[in-house]
Design a protein. Structure first.
Lengths: 534, 262
C-alpha cells in the first residue's frame, strides 16, 4: 500500500463515518446530553484528512504523518483523542516507508493500538482500545497467510474490530446495563470498514441513501438565535439535483444558507450548530466533495476575548487564563473573573485540541493555565502542553463549578506554580450537582431511568431520578450532607423557566435553611440547573 | 485624663474610637458627614451606627460622605487652644479623603496654637490606636515622633461582603497598607474568608494594638477575636464597630482585622 492508496483509504473512512456517525452517537450509554462520540470522531477524522486532500505524496509515511498531525490538532472528546493516538502509532510504525507490504500494514495496525494504550493512564477493556488491539491481532494473523494482500489484511482488521465491538458489553458493566456496544469502538470499526470499501469498490462509493437518513430519535441540538456555529461548505456531486429542495432542507439546520449550482454539482454554504447533520442530510442527494467545516464562533469570540485582554494591564505574574465554557451567562462570569480567552464548548460540544491550542497561543502570556471544565474535554486539553512553546498548566476541572472555584483562587501577583496549586486545591473542594433530563431510557448506577426524567448527577455520577427539579436537588443536597457546606450557587440554564427557578430556590431555602443560595444566569443548553456546593 | 500632658489629641469620626476612650484618654473627635438625599448627618453625632445601617438598607440611592470643613476644624482647635499648649491631630488617610487636608488648612487659621496634623494613611481603629499612643506621651514632640514611627506600620485587613462589578458574589479580602488598597484574595464563603484572614494575620506577626472591626456583624467579630486570641494569648484585642462614613463604602457585614505591625 503506497501513499495514494492510503490516502484513498482514509477518504473512504471519512466518507463511511460521515454516513454512519449518527449510529455511533446513538450508542451514548449515559442518559445525559453529551458530546456525541460519533460526531467527535468524525470531526477528528475530518481534521486528519484535511491536509491529506491536497497532498500528492507517493510515500505512505508522508500521508500517515499528515493524518497523525491533523488528527492530533482536531482531536475532540476522549474517543477523538484516542483516535489521534492510533494515527500517531501508525505513523511511527511506517516511518521512512514508501509503501507497505501486507505484513508491514499489520504491524502498523498493532503499533497503532499500542500507542493508543500508552496514551491512556488507566486503559479500560471493552473500549476503543480493546477494539484497536483486536483489529491489530486479526490483521497480524491474516498477514501470516501466504496469499495475504493489503485488502485481506484490512478486511481481517475490520472483522476483528467488529467481533471485539460485539464483545464490549461483556467487558463493561455500563454497556451491559444500557444494552449497547461501545461507541468509540464501533466508530473505529466503521473507519476500518470505510477503508475496506475503497478496495472493494473500484471508485469512491456513493453514499447509501437509506443509511444516511438521520433518525428523529437522536437528541436535537437547537441552535440559539444568532448563536455560535460552524461555517460549513461543500459540493454535492450528483445527477438531477434540485437546488430548491436542497436549500429548503439545509435551511432547517442553520442560517446564512447559500445553495447554488447546477443539477450535476451544487455548492452549499451554511452556518450551523451541527455540521455533521448537514453533511448527513446532503449525503442523501449525492457524493460530498471538498468538505470544509470551520468553527467560526470560537474564532470570532476568541478575537473579542483577546481584544478585551489587550485592554487590561499585563499581569505581574505573566500568567494567562484560558477556559472552556458554554452558555452566555457563564461566559460573562468567567470573563468577569479575569479569564483572557474563552473557548466555546463543554458537555455537548467538545472543543478540539486545536481550538484550545489557538486560544492558548492567542493570550499575551508565555505561561497559561487552561481549564477544560468538563470531563469530556480534559483529555483533549491535556494534549495542548506538548503542542506549544508556551508553558501550559492544565487543571483538570471536571465541571463549571470547579472551573469557577479555580479562577476565583487565581491571584495575579502569585507565581504560576503557586497559583496552580491553589487553584487545584479550590477546585477539589467543590461538589457539583448537575440537573438535566434523561435523553434515553437506561439503567445506570443501579437506577432505572426513563427518557425525559429529571436526573441529578453528583460529580459526574448519576445518583437520582425524579419527576421535578426541586425533588432531585433536594435528594442530591441531602446526600452531600448540607451541614458540611455553606453556599449553593445555582447556575440556571436555558431550559429552566422563572417558576421552576423560583420553586427550586425556595425548596432549597426551606429544606436547607443553613445554606446560602445564590442564583446566576448560566445559559447552558440541556442543563436546566448546575449547582456548585461549597 | 490622668496624665499631666498639656497638649490636645484630635481625630475624626473615621477612627472609630471606642466611646469610653474619649474620656479615658481625652481625645477630641471631629465628625465627618453622611448625606442621604438632602439630609446631612454628623457621623455618630446626629446618627448612630445602627440607625445608619437601618437607613442604608432602606435607601434607594446610596448615601454620600463628606469631610469636615477647615472652618469646623478651626473651631475645634480654637476651643482647645484655651486650655492646651499644643495639639496633635491624627486623621483618615489622605489618599482616601480630604479630611487631613481640611485639618491642615483649619489649623493654619488658628494663630498662636501649634497643631501637628498627621495623615495616618489608614482607616478605622488603627487611627484610634495612634491617638492612644499619642495620648500616653508627655509632650507633643514625643507624641508626634511615636505616631510617625507607626504610621507606615498600620494595617487594615478587610473582608467586604460583596464585590461590586463582578457577576458572581465574591467576598474580596483587601489590605489597606502603604497608601494603597490591595487585594489579598477573594473567596466565596464567609467562613473561608475568616480563615484566610487568620492565616494572613499569622504571617504579619509580631504586631501591637489589635482590633476586630465589624459593620453589623457582632457575633462574627467576637468569633474572630476569639480566634486571634488563640494566636496571641494575653494580647488585648478590641472589638469595635465600623461607623457610618466607612460603612457607606464597605456596606453592611464588613469585617476587619486591624493592627499595627511591630
Amino acid at each position: 500500500m503506497d501513499g495514494p492508496l492510503f490516502k484513498q483509504a482514509l477518504l473512504g473512512s471519512l466518507n463511511w463515518l460521515a454516513t454512519n456517525h449518527e449510529e455511533v452517537n446513538r450508542l451514548n450509554v449515559f442518559p445525559v446530553p453529551d458530546g456525541d462520540t460519533g460526531t467527535n470522531m468524525l470531526l477528528t477524522l475530518q481534521s486528519a484528512v484535511e491536509d491529506i486532500k491536497e497532498s500528492n505524496a507517493a510515500e505512505v509515511s508522508k500521508i500517515a504523518k499528515l493524518a497523525s498531525h491533523g488528527s492530533l490538532m482536531g482531536a475532540r472528546g476522549n474517543s477523538g483523542v484516542i483516535l489521534s493516538q492510533i494515527f500517531r502509532g501508525f505513523a511511527r510504525a511506517v516511518e521512512g516507508k514508501s509503501s507497505l507490504t501486507p505484513r508491514e500494514l499489520a504491524v502498523a495496525f498493532e503499533e497503532a493500538a499500542n500507542a493508543a494504550y500508552r496514551a491512556v493512564n488507566k486503559p479500560t477493556e471493552g473500549t476503543i482500545l480493546t477494539v484497536a488491539r483486536e483489529a491489530g491481532r486479526s490483521a497480524a494473523a491474516a498477514a501470516g497467510d501466504d496469499d495475504a494482500t493489503v485488502p485481506s489484511v484490512i478486511a481481517a482488521a475490520a472483522a476483528g474490530a467488529r467481533a471485539a465491538v460485539l464483545k464490549t458489553p461483556s467487558q463493561l458493566q455500563i454497556l451491559r446495563d444500557a444494552g449497547v456496544v461501545d461507541a468509540g469502538g464501533f466508530g473505529l470499526q466503521i473507519i476500518l470498514e470505510g477503508m475496506l470499501k475503497t478496495f472493494e469498490e473500484a471508485e469512491s462509493f456513493h453514499v447509501d441513501a437509506t443509511a444516511a437518513r438521520p433518525k428523529a430519535a437522536q437528541v436535537a441540538l437547537d441552535l440559539p438565535e444568532g448563536g455560535w456555529g460552524y461555517c460549513t461548505e461543500f459540493l454535492i456531486d450528483g445527477a438531477g439535483l434540485d437546488i430548491d429542495v436542497i436549500r429548503n432542507d439545509i435551511e432547517a439546520l442553520g442560517n446564512s444558507v447559500l445553495v447554488v449550482g447546477e443539477p450535476e454539482l451544487v455548492k452549499v454554504h451554511v452556518h450551523t450548530d451541527d455540521p455533521t447533520r448537514v453533511i448527513t442530510l446532503a449525503g442523501r442527494f449525492g457524493k460530498i466533495l471538498k468538505l470544509n467545516v470551520g468553527d467560526m464562533s470560537t474564532q470570532h469570540k476568541r478575537i473579542l476575548d483577546s481584544e478585551s485582554a489587550a485592554g487590561r494591564p499585563p499581569r505581574p505574574n505573566g500568567v494567562g487564563l484560558v477556559a472552556v465554557v458554554a452558555g452566555s451567562g457563564l461566559v460573562e462570569i468567567f470573563r468577569g473573573l479575569g479569564v483572557d480567552a474563552i473557548v466555546e464548548g463543554g458537555q455537548t460540544m467538545n472543543p478540539s485540541t486545536q481550538d484550545m491550542l489557538t486560544a492558548v497561543d492567542a493570550v499575551p502570556y508565555d505561561e497559561v493555565v487552561l481549564l477544560p471544565n468538563n470531563g469530556n474535554v480534559i483529555l483533549a486539553a491535556s494534549q495542548v502542553p506538548s503542542l506549544t512553546k508556551r508553558k501550559v498548566h492544565v487543571i483538570e476541572t471536571h465541571s463549571v463549578p470547579q472551573g469557577v472555584a479555580a479562577v476565583v483562587a487565581f491571584r495575579p501577583e502569585r507565581s504560576g506554580a503557586d497559583n496552580v496549586a491553589a487553584m487545584k486545591a479550590e477546585a477539589a473542594r467543590i461538589q457539583t450537582i448537575e440537573v438535566t433530563h434523561a435523553v434515553r431510557d437506561t439503567r445506570s448506577n443501579g437506577l432505572k431511568v426513563k427518557k425525559g426524567d429529571v436526573i441529578g448527577l453528583i460529580n459526574d455520577k448519576l445518583e437520582f431520578a425524579g419527576a421535578d427539579y426541586a425533588e432531585v436537588v433536594n435528594k442530591a443536597l441531602g446526600k452531600l450532607g448540607p451541614d458540611a457546606y455553606e453556599l449553593v450557587t445555582v447556575y440556571r440554564g436555558q431550559g429552566a423557566s422563572d417558576d421552576e427557578m423560583a420553586n427550586l430556590e425556595s425548596a432549597i431555602r426551606s429544606n436547607f435553611p443553613g445554606l446560602e443560595v445564590e442564583v446566576q444566569q448560566g445559559g447552558l443548553q440541556h442543563y436546566p440547573f448546575i449547582l456548585s456546593v461549597e | 485624663m490622668t496624665s499631666k500632658r498639656r497638649f490636645a489629641v484630635v481625630t475624626d469620626s473615621t477612627a472609630d474610637l471606642p466611646d469610653e476612650w474619649r474620656t479615658r484618654y481625652g481625645i477630641e473627635v471631629v465628625p465627618l458627614k453622611v448625606i442621604f438625599g438632602n439630609e446631612t448627618f454628623r457621623d455618630r453625632v446626629d446618627i448612630s451606627d445602627d440607625e445608619f445601617f437601618r437607613r442604608l438598607a432602606a435607601a434607594t440611592k446610596l448615601p454620600t460622605t463628606s469631610a469636615p470643613s477647615p472652618g469646623e476644624f478651626a473651631d475645634v482647635y480654637r476651643r482647645l487652644a484655651q486650655d492646651h499648649d499644643g495639639c496633635i491631630s491624627i486623621h483618615l488617610g489622605a489618599q482616601l479623603s480630604a479630611t487631613a487636608e481640611a485639618a491642615r488648612i483649619g489649623a493654619e487659621s488658628v494663630e498662636g496654637f501649634r497643631v501637628a496634623v498627621v495623615d495616618s494613611e489608614t482607616v478605622t481603629m488603627p487611627i484610634a490606636f495612634l491617638c492612644r499612643v499619642a495620648a500616653e506621651c508627655e509632650t507633643v514632640e514625643a507624641a508626634t515622633a511615636a505616631v510617625a514611627a507607626r504610621v507606615s506600620k498600620c494595617r487594615v485587613l478587610a473582608l467586604l461582603d460583596t464585590m461590586i462589578g463582578t457577576m458572581l458574589d465574591l467576598k474580596p479580602l483587601l489590605l489597606v497598607a502603604d497608601r494603597e488598597i490591595k487585594p489579598v484574595s477573594r473567596v466565596r464563603t464567609r467562613s473561608r474568608a475568616a480563615s484566610a484572614m487568620v492565616d494572613y494575620f499569622r504571617g504579619e506577626l509580631p504586631v501591637e494594638h489589635v482590633a476586630v472591626m465589624h459593620a453589623q456583624a457582632p457575633d462574627e467579630a467576637e468569633e474572630m477575636a476569639a480566634n486571634l486570641r488563640k494566636e496571641l494569648p494575653g494580647q488585648e484585642i478590641v472589638v469595635g464597630k465600623i461607623g457610618c462614613v466607612l460603612g457607606t463604602h464597605t456596606g453592611p457585614k464588613a469585617l476587619g482585622v486591624v493592627y499595627i505591625k511591630k
